[in-house]
Design a protein around this ligand. Structure first.
Ligand code: CMP
Length: 492
C-alpha cells in the first residue's frame, strides 16, 4: 500500500496532504497537525496519533513529540483547573486560619478569656472584631473624649498618659494582648487616659453595641471586674504583676460608696487589719488635705479623679495616713487590704512588690527624679537596709551626712539634744520641741551627696522599730554617668 494512502486514511481529515513530500514540505500544515491550545484540550481528548503507525515513514519522533504536547496541554488544563479550585479553597483556608488564630489570640486576652466568656460568646466576638492599623506617634484615644470602642493590641507597643495636676504624665507602656479603652465602654464615661501608638500598631477593636449584644449581662459584670485590673496600672505596688495577676487582684477589690463630704481616711490615723488598705477611685472626685509644718489650714490641697489611688504606703507598711481624703461628690472606691493582697499574691510576689515600692520611694527623692530606671533599680539593689530599735539613735546632730537615709517603716523623732533628754521631754509631754516622722519615704541627708562637708542639723531617734534605707554617697556617685552627675542633684 502506498504510504500516502495510509497517511490520508489514518488522519481522516479531508484535504489532508497525501504525500510524504508534502508532510516534510514547508507548506503550512493544516488543522489536524496543530496541537490544540491549552483551552481546547480536555483531559479525555482522543489522541489523534493513536492509530498512526508511522514507523515506515520515519516519523516516529514527530508523533511522540505531538503526543507529549497534547498530554502536556491536557495536564496543564487540568492543573490550571485544580489551581483555580485551590485558589478559591486557599482563600477559605486562609480566612479560617486567620479566624482560628484570632480566636486563639483573643482567648489569651483576660477580658475576653474563657474565665469571663462562654466559648460561644468568644466565637461570636472573634467574628465581630475589626482590625485597625495605626502609625507610630498617633493618638488612638484621647483623655476626656467620648468613646465606644475597646482595643486589643495585636502588634506593636502603645503608651498610656494621664493628666495629673494638669501635667501629662506617663502611666505605662502596653504591648501585644494588652487591652485598653474598656473603661469608657463598660462604664459609659469619658476616656480616662490618652493612648498613643509608640510604634506602628495593629489593634483589634470591638464596639460597645456588639459587645453588649453578644454577651450576657452577668458576664458583662464579670468583664467589669476584670476591667478593674487597668486601675492597678500606674500604681507602683502593682508594677511587678503581669496582667493575669492584676486581674486576680482586681477580682478581690471591694467596692464601697461614699456620700459627698464623707471622710474616707484621716491624716495620722493609725491603721491595722481591715483599715490597712488602699483605695482606688472608681467614680466621683475626692479632696486631699494635709495639716502640719508648712501646710496652711488643712483645706483641700488637690482633687483626685477616677483611676487615681491613695493609701498604698499605709497598706504596705501600716503607716499612719499621710493626708485626709474626703469625698467631694458621691464617690465609689475600690479597696484591698494587706491581708487580702498577701493571700491573693503570695509571699514571693509580695517581696517583688515591696521592692517596686522601694524604687518608688527612692524615685520620690528630688535628687533622683531625673535618674534613669536602671540607676534607680541599681540603687535599690545595692542600698543598705538598717533596722533600729526603739530609742536607738539613727544619726546625731553635727555628724557628717555621708548617705541619704530613707525612712521605710516606723516612727522617729527629730530633736536637738541627747536621747535621755528626749525621753524626758516625751515623759513631760514637751512634744512641741520635737518633730515626729512616720511617713515612708521621708529622707534625710540629701545635701551630703553634693557637699562632702555637709552635716546633719539635728538628731534622729527611733521611737518605734524602724527600717531605714541607707544610700551611701559613694554608691550614688558611682552609678551616675560623669557628665550628668551634678545635674541630678539640681533636680527640684
Ligand atoms: P478608657 O478610659 O476607655 O480609655 C483610656 C484607657 O487607658 C482606659 O480606658 C484604660 O483602658 C487605659 N488605662 C490604663 N491605665 C490607666 C489608668 N491608670 N487610669 C485610667 N486609664 C488607664
Amino acid at each position: 500500500m502506498r504510504p500516502e494512502a495510509k497517511y490520508s486514511k489514518k488522519y481522516v481529515v479531508p484535504n489532508r496532504p497525501a504525500s510524504v513530500q508534502e508532510v516534510t514540505s514547508t507548506k503550512k500544515p493544516e488543522e489536524p497537525l496543530r496541537a490544540k491550545s491549552a483551552q481546547e484540550v480536555r483531559p479525555d481528548d482522543e489522541d489523534p496519533f493513536k492509530e498512526f503507525d508511522n514507523r515506515g515513514l520515519g516519523l516516529r519522533s514527530l508523533s511522540s513529540v505531538n503526543q507529549r504536547v497534547i498530554q502536556d496541554a491536557a495536564r496543564h488544563k487540568s492543573g490550571k483547573w485544580e489551581l483555580t479550585c485551590h485558589t478559591e479553597g486557599l482563600k477559605d483556608v486562609i480566612h479560617d486560619m486567620r479566624h482560628a488564630l484570632r480566636g486563639k489570640f483573643i482567648a489569651n486576652v483576660p477580658l475576653l478569656s474563657l474565665d469571663v466568656l462562654s466559648l460561644e460568646e468568644q466565637e461570636q466576638i472573634v467574628g465581630k472584631v475589626r482590625v485597625k492599623s495605626i502609625d507610630a506617634g498617633q493618638n488612638i484615644v484621647e483623655e476626656g473624649d467620648v468613646g465606644d470602642c475597646l482595643y486589643i493590641v495585636e502588634r506593636g507597643y502603645c503608651q498610656i498618659f494621664k493628666k495629673l495636676d494638669g501635667v501629662q504624665t506617663f502611666v505605662k507602656r502596653i504591648e501585644k494582648e494588652d487591652f485598653f479603652g474598656e473603661l469608657a465602654v463598660m462604664y459609659d464615661v469619658p476616656r480616662a487616659a490618652t493612648v498613643t501608638a509608640d510604634t506602628d500598631v495593629t489593634v483589634l477593636t470591638l464596639n460597645r453595641e456588639d459587645l453588649f449584644k453578644t454577651i450576657s449581662s452577668d458576664r458583662i459584670q464579670k468583664m467589669r471586674r476584670v476591667a478593674r485590673a487597668q486601675f492597678l496600672s500606674g500604681i507602683a505596688l502593682f508594677q511587678p504583676l503581669n496582667l493575669k495577676q492584676k486581674v486576680a487582684v482586681a477580682e478581690h477589690l471591694k467596692s464601697k460608696q461614699w456620700n459627698a463630704g464623707e471622710a474616707i481616711c484621716r491624716q495620722n490615723e493609725h491603721i491595722s487589719g481591715e483599715s490597712q488598705c488602699m483605695y482606688i477611685i472608681e467614680d466621683g472626685d475626692c479632696g486631699v488635705s494635709k495639716q502640719g509644718k508648712g501646710k496652711a489650714d488643712g483645706g483641700t490641697v488637690h482633687t483626685m479623679k477616677p483611676g487615681q489611688s491613695f493609701g498604698m504606703l499605709g497598706l504596705l507598711y501600716g503607716a499612719p495616713r499621710a493626708a485626709s481624703i474626703t469625698a467631694l461628690t458621691p464617690c465609689k472606691t475600690l479597696s484591698i487590704t494587706y491581708d487580702e493582697l498577701l493571700k491573693t499574691c503570695g509571699k514571693d510576689l509580695m517581696v517583688l512588690m515591696r521592692t517596686a515600692v522601694r524604687q518608688h520611694l527612692v524615685r520620690m527623692i528630688p535628687a533622683f527624679k531625673r535618674a534613669s530606671d536602671d540607676v534607680i533599680v541599681e540603687l535599690v539593689k545595692r542600698l543598705k537596709e538598717v533596722h533600729y530599735k526603739r530609742w536607738e539613735q539613727i544619726f546625731a546632730e553635727g555628724e557628717n551626712a555621708e548617705s541619704i537615709l530613707v525612712l521605710e517603716e516606723g516612727s522617729c523623732l527629730e530633736h536637738h539634744g541627747s536621747v535621755s533628754d528626749l525621753k524626758e521631754w516625751r515623759y513631760r509631754s514637751h512634744e512641741a520641741e520635737v518633730e515626729e516622722h512616720n511617713n515612708p519615704g521621708t529622707f534625710f541627708g540629701a545635701e551630703g551627696v553634693s557637699n562632702s562637708e555637709a552635716k546633719f542639723h539635728f538628731t534622729l531617734v527611733a521611737i518605734t522599730e524602724c527600717t531605714v534605707l541607707e544610700i551611701p554617697r559613694d554608691l550614688i556617685l558611682s552609678l551616675l554617668p560623669a557628665p550628668g552627675r551634678s545635674s541630678i542633684f539640681d533636680a527640684k
